[in-house]
Write a protein that binds this ligand. Structure first.
Ligand SMILES: [Zn+2]
Ligand SMILES: [Zn+2]
Length: 145
């Protein structure tokens, strides 16, 4: 899968918002579109992308949209240690990330076993475990040469 980008139409973004019972607003449509177009982008990059369409949108409107979209499950927020929060449109598939220790670039890695939690705890301590947060670290092709 990698980071292949499949950008939906503005009509489809409005449908996604309605499908999640969210009010359709221009900032929300623009933010959802920006996250689809720029997987793993941080908030500053999303603000820049959104301002390409809505020049007057406030930081606060973008922050609020990201929070609402993440709470509704339309976008996923990830934050590898040492990184600022990043957002992506690929949700609900328990995929993992590989992060470059040198330049910080992030790529998607499919779930190691196909379903969560893809790592069996050696001792579940009586918990009913439903997720293991897996982040792979290493050097990207550009940094390892
Ligand atoms: Zn790198
Ligand atoms: Zn991802």
């Amino acid at each position: 899968m990698g980071d292949s980008v499949c950008v939906a139409t503005p009509m489809e973004f409005r449908e996604m918002l309605r499908g999640a019972a969210l009010r359709v607003t221009r900032p929300r449509v623009a933010v959802l579109s920006a996250v689809h177009a720029h997987p793993h982008a941080d908030t500053d990059s999303i603000i820049r992308a959104v301002r390409g369409h809505l020049p007057k949108v406030s930081h606060q409107a973008v922050y609020d949209s990201l929070r609402v979209l993440a709470a509704a499950g339309l976008v996923r927020r990830i934050q590898p240690s040492g990184s600022v929060a990043r957002y992506e449109s690929r949700t609900g598939d328990n995929h993992h990330h590989v992060v470059c220790r040198s330049c910080g670039v992030i790529a998607d890695v499919d779930c190691a076993t196909g379903e969560a939690p893809c790592l069996t705890a050696s001792d579940d301590r009586g918990f009913s475990i439903d997720e293991a947060e897996v982040v792979y670290w290493g050097l990207c092709p550009g940094c390892s040469t």
